[in-house]
Design a protein around this ligand. Structure first.
Ligand code: PLP
Length: 380
């Protein structure tokens, strides 16, 4: 099996499993308990928070543990918008993950917000000038993802964040797909809130992080026991926190080497696919894209059908984002880049981490050629 669906999820790294395992068994304490088991859980939680803060160049009090990327996005978008008395307008890119888009929709339906969408060009990049034109005294929040989960396009986050800051508008970025590839230093980026998900980087599903700059007002979404400084109630997932902290640390340590090696392999894979399947269209930006993302449309096929053919050849990938998979709707991301619904429905996404080899990608490129031919009825 060749796994090319790392943007959907990743296996738990062995080091991470080893580090978090004791917190499921002999060190099972509740971090709020006033006895040694509780104290040891609280210490582990504190160390995990400090480790993440160090990687982000943040303070540990600015790190909030959540259940994953979806919750962090919900907390950032709803929490910041509802706590900000400035106005009732939110600006987001048109290609955000559903966790951001649906949170905006909720604010629109239930709280009377208006949502302004920043368009993207054919490579999936927003134009910071458009943000500068649209932002106003009514804007309560701006959210632009760091890198897109479907097409891998990386956004000019520091430029966008600088515009928001000049207008005193809080800026959130969904960095779920960026961890391990791009710089997460929150001060250099200039962001006020940043979302991370554990299971995309070798920690288990069910743990996430929201970085929230000190003094940024944020209305909690979950109410209860007041954990996480009252921002996110619920008994802490200590094992998850230990796991995601180590996964972030390992991803950051490997980042430079992984990014350059994987970029070179990705570019050879893209070139192979485009030469074997001349009608294929590369989606996303040719250079400003995640090292581990190669996404295409194969006009004249159906993405789902190509996916099944690839699986028959032991290649596991995705027809778009994991969330959109299985739905008949064309991807909002591809439509925003100007592709027709017909072409958008032929999308296939290949995503991989540092362990992918040149040989595996070559094998995958030939399987893509055979699968596209099979779907088009051209198989010999
Ligand atoms: N944001 C992006 C960009 C994603 O790719 C994903 C997952 O696909 C999420 C948010 C949601 O993260 P989680 O699966 O941890 O809820």
């Amino acid at each position: 099996m060749i796994y090319l669906d790392a943007a959907a999820t990743t296996p738990v790294r062995p080091e991470v499993l080893e580090a978090l395992w004791p917190y499921f068994s002999d060190r099972f304490g509740n971090a709020s308990s006033q006895h040694e088991l509780g104290h040891s859980a609280a210490r582990a939680l504190r160390q995990a928070r400090e480790s993440i803060a160090e990687t982000l160049g943040a303070r540990s009090s600015e790190i909030v543990f959540t259940s994953g990327g979806t919750e962090s996005d919900n907390l950032a978008v709803k929490g910041i918008a509802l706590a900000n008395p400035r106005g009732k307008e939110i600006i987001v890119s048109a290609i955000e993950h559903e966790a951001v888009l649906e949170s905006c929709d909720f604010l629109k339906r239930q709280h009377g917000f208006t949502v302004t969408f920043l368009g993207v060009d054919s490579t999936g990049r927003v134009n910071p000038d458009e943000l500068a034109e649209r932002i106003s005294a009514k804007t309560a929040l701006c959210s632009v993802m760091y890198a897109n989960n479907e097409i891998g396009t990386v956004q000019p986050i520091s430029e966008c964040a600088a515009i928001a800051r000049a207008h005193a508008v809080p800026f959130h970025t969904d960095a779920v797909q960026a961890v391990g590839w791009l710089d997460l230093a929150v001060d250099a980026l200039g962001v006020d809130a940043l979302t991370i998900s554990g299971h995309k980087i070798g920690a288990p599903a069910g743990i996430g992080v929201l970085y929230r700059r000190s003094r940024l007002r944020l209305e909690p979404v979950l109410h209860g026991g007041g954990q996480e400084r009252g921002i996110r109630s619920g008994t802490e997932n200590v094992a998850g926190a230990v796991g995601v902290a180590l996964a972030i640390r390992l991803a950051e340590n490997d980042r430079f080497v992984a990014a350059s090696a994987v970029t070179a392999r990705r570019d050879r894979f893209i070139a192979q696919v485009l030469s074997l399947v001349p009608s294929a269209v590369l989606t996303g930006h040719p250079e400003q894209r995640l090292p581990g993302n190669a996404s295409f449309c194969f006009p004249g096929t159906s993405g789902e059908a190509v996916l099944l053919e690839l699986e028959r050849r032991d290649i596991f990938c995705s027809s778009g984002s994991a969330c959109a998979a299985g739905s008949d709707e064309a991807s909002h991301v591809l439509l925003a880049t100007g592709l027709s619904a017909e072409v958008a429905q032929t999308a296939v996404r290949f995503t991989f981490g540092a362990h992918i080899t040149e040989e595996q990608l070559t094998q995958a490129a030939h399987a893509v050629d055979a699968s596209v031919k099979a779907v088009r009825g051209l198989a010999s």
